[in-house]
Design a protein around this ligand. Structure first.
Ligand SMILES: [Zn+2]
Length: 262
């Protein structure tokens, strides 16, 4: 075999490989992520346990980060192995959604099925008191966000109102499922690129959103958090009440929905 023939063979095999990858489609039609890529991105079950306040009622998580099932116990269907890359909170439509920390609006739009209307915020380490840049995405809002890119929000400022956009369809039917899906991404720096309805940031990794509420997180790495002893996985939830009081008073991060009277 001469060099040219060898070269053509290599090119052919590479193209066949690429075709093979394209043929590997997830249930939603996108390329199915490999398990290795998912794990390296922090898409693993972490097992943090929210501890809600005794003095107020906070609307709880009904499908945690890493869950393979929806709130009703049914198996998820998505292009990352059925993995839930955020937390779900069931809400009446029109419930105010709050910025979990001070931050800047970096992207807002209307996505399709599974995405809906969304807002992305970027939080600096000074915004959260945590040693990483964090990016939060709030999904299924009832209306496209009027917030302009570049707007600074204080912790607890409204980012929109809850809705069911992006949920009406094959699984939930015409009724849809009104809820908030909150995603957290950690990255070493402030730089990001917009890709459709998501952002790419250097070394970005998914983070169990509950991690930001830990008093002193030992790490913002899901693999480290997963391996904590159970007692250290309990996370008391800081929050804001409907009248705007934050508990504890000096917290920089809060639950994305106001907590009310018991
Ligand atoms: Zn979700």
């Amino acid at each position: 075999m001469n060099v040219l023939a060898l070269f053509l063979t290599v090119v052919f095999l590479a193209m066949a490989g690429a075709d093979g990858a394209i043929a590997q489609r997830g249930p939603r039609g996108g390329p199915e992520q490999s398990r290795e890529v998912r794990e390296s991105m922090g898409q693993i079950a972490v097992g943090l346990v929210p501890v809600y306040p005794a003095a107020h009622h906070c609307t709880p998580v009904v499908s945690p980060f890493g869950s393979l099932t929806r709130y009703d116990g049914s198996a998820r269907a998505n292009d990352h192995g059925g993995f839930h890359n955020g937390i779900d909170i069931t809400l009446r439509e029109g419930t105010p959604i709050l910025a979990i920390a001070a931050g800047e609006v970096i992207l807002a739009g209307a996505g399709g099925l599974l995405v809906g209307n969304y807002v992305w915020l970027r939080h600096t380490p000074a915004d959260t008191g945590l040693p990483s840049y964090l990016y939060s995405r709030y999904q299924h809002l009832d209306q496209p966000s009027p917030l302009p890119v570049g707007r600074r929000l204080n912790v607890g400022d409204p980012v929109g109102a809850s809705g069911k956009t992006g949920t009406v369809g094959p699984y939930y039917g015409a009724a849809g499922y009104p809820h908030l899906h909150l995603t957290l991404i950690a990255s070493a720096g402030p730089h990001y690129e917009v890709r459709g309805d998501t952002i790419l940031a250097p070394g970005r990794r998914f983070l169990d959103p509950l991690a930001v509420y830990m008093k002193t997180p030992v790490s913002l790495d899901n693999h480290v958090l997963r391996d904590l002893p159970p007692a250290e996985k309990r996370v008391p939830i800081p929050y804001q009440t409907s009248d705007g009081t934050r508990v504890p008073m000096d917290t920089k991060v809060i639950w994305p929905v106001a907590c009310g009277k018991l």
